[in-house]
Design a protein around this ligand. Sequence first.
Ligand code: PLP
Length: 381
Amino acid sequence: MLALARSARWNAAVTIPIYDTFIAPDAAARVSRVLETTFVSQGPVVAEFEGMLSTQLGIVNPVTVNSGTTALHLALVLAGIGPGDEVICPAQTFVASALAIRYEGGVPVFADVDYETGNVDPRSIREKLTEKTRAILVVHWAGTPCDLDEIHAIAAERGIPVIEDAAHALGATYKGQPIGAVSDYTCFSFQAIKHVTTGDGGAVAVREPERAAEAIRRRWFGIDRAASKPSFLGERQYDIEAVGYKYHLNDYSAALGVANLASFPDRLRRIREIAAHYRRELADVPGLRPFRVEPDRESAYWLYGMHVEGRDELIRALHAAGIVASVVHQRIDRNSVFGGPKELPNQARFDESQLHIPIYARLTDEQVEHIVTTIRRGWSS
Ligand SMILES: *Cc1c(COP(=O)(O)O)cnc(C)c1O
């Protein structure tokens, strides 16, 4: 009782969180059905979830795995990244993007950010190229696609692959194409606070069909599950040709994914409606500028980001009104594991003023108005 009362008081103080975990009303029943079969590992529901990712969102050859981080690792393995290979990536992201490069002994080389978007600046990617560069890993910050044409042009000149960390960008589009259909590898996350959750989970979309088949083998020890039937002796017949992993998704997680994905197009429409409202209502607020979204792409708005003069004062004003605002992530190159902060001038400016406010489908019109009114009331900067 006491614990409940205390948590209720805390919730009253912080009424609008920055993230939302969406669980569909029929999710529990779908998960229960899987549990009742007692077949809880990878099976038909994983296939159903992968089918939905293709048909509903246009993602090409989605290979589900047990997290966004393992999706990134698998993409880097398939791209052939090995010890000493340089992979250019942004610093404006979650640590998983660059840690995954380290898993194979690769070296993350941090490129500078476009101050107006939070995405990697293609001009900086070009400056960071060396004879050791083997891949370009980009992150669609807040769900807004990067400058993929410019990035692909650089990759094509070098004959190296582009890996997209699209953990924020499920449902985003670039020049009419869905994210998940553009680059060699696109990685998604279905972690608890992402657009669609499976509890934990992820997917790597692999454009080239033979490599997609390899992804399917490598997510399960390197064994071709479909072509390795058990023999009379009782064990599957196989020969592992390349190192594989225990990275597959399971059916009870996929059941959660199937339930949550069903309503995602509607939820994304609502999210974009809120984003358009924020853009209109905040356009003339002095000292505040929302991140730029080019008209040739549609953001998935996992976050709604902006630059703010006197940011810390606005954070305080929002907190006082029961609204959580957040920088979400600060440059990851500062971590010792990556050798400490690099010379990235636009990233340094970006860090000083970036801020994100709540945006998710469950926000009511009243909550959205409360956020807008609180910001419009102003803050001392
Ligand atoms: C969430 C996230 C990841 C990691 O995904 P997990 O499913 O938690 O492993 C990677 N990159 C970015 C940008 C993310 O936001």
